[in-house]
Design a binder for this molecule. Structure first.
Ligand SMILES: [Zn+2]
Ligand SMILES: [Zn+2]
Length: 150
């Protein structure tokens, strides 16, 4: 492998060299927004191309994507409990565990029981997506008079 000359402003993969810190270290900006210090050796020998974000990010994103696709495929929200709890979790986290109709929250009142509710009911073609789900407390969910969702 050839030893590279380090030039300020050059790109090494996702890293852009911003400035020389000293004889051994360079400050680099990664495309992901991270600013890191990279050793001259790693740059010269072309050993480093990102701040370490790519592999981690990519694996996490792919994992999450696969999990969601699988749930859609198997229609588990309708037929199984594990899918339901997955979506319930996502919806409750997004809504900060607060009922979207009356504002009840188990954080304020431990007797409040929250559910993930289809805005357009499943029976009327409503999809199990975050956009079509909202957090409702038991009272509002029943009072709504629509299909009851877990
Ligand atoms: Zn990065
Ligand atoms: Zn409520």
């Amino acid at each position: 492998m050839l030893r590279k000359k380090i030039i300020i402003g050059n790109k090494y993969g996702k890293l852009t060299i911003i400035r020389k810190e000293n004889n051994y270290w360079y400050i680099c900006d990664c495309d992901c927004g991270n600013r890191i210090m990279v050793s001259a050796k790693d740059l010269e020998w072309n050993k480093i191309h990102n701040c370490g974000c790519t592999s981690k990010e990519k694996i996490l994103r792919e994992k999450e994507q696969k999990k969601i696709e699988k749930l859609f495929d198997e229609d588990r929200f309708k037929n199984g409990r594990s899918g339901a709890s997955f979506w319930k979790r996502q919806v409750l986290i997004r809504d900060n565990c607060i009922c979207q109709m009356c504002g009840a929250s188990p954080a304020k009142d431990p007797t409040v029981d929250l559910h993930a509710d289809h805005i357009t009911p499943w029976s009327r073609g409503g999809k199990t997506t975050l956009e079509n789900l909202r957090t409702l407390c038991m009272k509002c969910n029943i009072g709504k008079g629509d299909l009851h969702d877990e």
